[in-house]
Design a protein around this ligand. Structure first.
Ligand code: PLP
Ligand code: COI
Length: 362
């Protein structure tokens, strides 16, 4: 598929862009262009376009507005030391978008179109990628919605895939500080057989009331438990969790196994590899809130951290639930957490060897 290019008639000035890049925050500013690719049943994917970022018209009866067929991805592009721009594990995001599409009965976007949409957008908007060396990056947000007009409840026969991009600053301008979490036993995020393993918009809508409850409890984030027994840890807000047992070279890492109702994070998957590279034993298994509390108290669990594209790695310092609260690691980020964080961010910024071939130049 050839991309049609419509250049922006009045892109943001270099001065204005520099002002935005000096303090981008997260998801507040968008680059000059966006990509759209349409899908029509029978025709397949068509009309791939790079065009000015702008509001779009949507029919009030477009199916996404009623029955919620909407999925997305999130990945980052990083400026490298030699001024090229590279992204992290794009092929994994392409594959996960296809998996999400399958679950929500949407058409799969072929991986080459996913990759090309990113290359095409970066070709026109690469000046929006923050400077090399720091923690800032360009966050890429691919997504897909059902555009067919009609109120019948069934999979739509028309869709639009879009790619937008937003400069993202250091997630922790004040340095990496442990967060506090609320264990949610009243609300669940996803149930067996449900949509939890898909990056499906509705999962995020369903999470908001529990995140608000966590805030009311004085916590930064919500931690989701399994829907059936409300005993096993699933994930934290929009991030996966890791538990560090022991310390030094004998440290072991445990992360909740992919239960079918938690999101298979690409950062999670990468850290399983990097931790094994570093000589740590790694285990994917169920871990209960009782085990967490007891082994944090006995000192066997020494560090806990969450991981995801947006915030990379965030230590968890305090855990609260209806049953009480406890702390982990004395409120400071742990050594294993910070070592893994340095390795991962080093690969992404091009200062550490990319031995797994995870970076691709755009
Ligand atoms: N869990 C949820 C619910 C998420 O939304 C995300 C973010 O994408 C993650 C985990 C982490 O996934 P990744 O590492 O691929 O960003
Ligand atoms: C993540 O990257 O970890 C996220 O959860 C992204 C979020 C903005 C949906």
């Amino acid at each position: 598929l050839e991309f049609t290019h419509v250049a922006h008639p009045s892109p943001v000035s270099a001065d204005e862009r520099a002002r935005v890049l000096a303090n981008p925050g997260f998801g507040k500013y968008f680059t000059d262009h966006m990509v759209t690719i349409d899908y029509t049943e029978g025709l397949g994917w068509h009309d791939a376009t790079v065009q000015p970022y702008a509001p779009m018209q949507i029919d009030p009866a477009a199916m996404v507005l009623h029955y919620g067929q909407a999925i997305f991805e999130g990945l980052k592009a990083y400026r490298q030391q030699d001024d090229t721009v590279a992204s992290f594990r794009v092929a994994a995001n392409a594959e996960r978008l296809r998996a999400s599409a399958q679950r929500i009965a949407m058409p799969e976007l072929p991986d080459d179109l996913f990759l090309n949409s990113i290359t095409e957008l970066l070709a026109v908007d690469k000046d929006w990628v923050p400077v090399a060396g720091g923690e800032a990056s360009l966050y890429l947000r691919p997504f897909m919605i059902a555009t067919e007009v009609g109120l019948g409840v069934r999979p739509a026969n028309r869709y639009r895939y879009l790619l937008i991009a937003s400069p993202a600053g250091a997630y922790f301008p004040q340095g990496v500080k442990p967060v506090s979490v609320w264990l949610s036993t009243e609300y669940v995020r996803a149930a067996p057989g449900g949509t939890g393993a898909a990056k499906f918009a509705g999962n995020y809508a369903a999470s908001l009331v529990a995140q608000a409850q966590a805030a009311d409890e004085g916590c930064d984030q919500v931690v989701w438990l399994d829907a059936t027994e409300r005993r096993y840890v699933e994930e934290m807000g929009g991030m996966n969790l890791f538990f560090v047992f022991g310390s030094g070279p004998d440290a072991r890492l445990v992360t909740p196994e992919l239960s079918g109702s938690l999101l298979p994070g690409i950062t999670r998957n990468s850290l399983l590899t990097l931790a094994a590279d570093a000589g740590f034993a790694v285990e994917e298994r169920r871990i209960s809130t009782d085990e967490w509390r007891e082994k944090a108290a006995s000192g066997e669990i020494t560090e806990v951290f969450a991981c995801g594209t947006a915030a990379v790695i965030t230590p968890v310092g305090r855990v609260k639930s209806a049953a009480g609260e406890f702390t982990i690691g004395g409120g400071e980020p742990g050594a294993v957490t910070m070592a893994l964080r340095d390795t991962l961010t080093g690969i992404q910024r091009g200062t550490f060897a990319d031995i797994h071939g995870w970076m691709s130049t755009l």
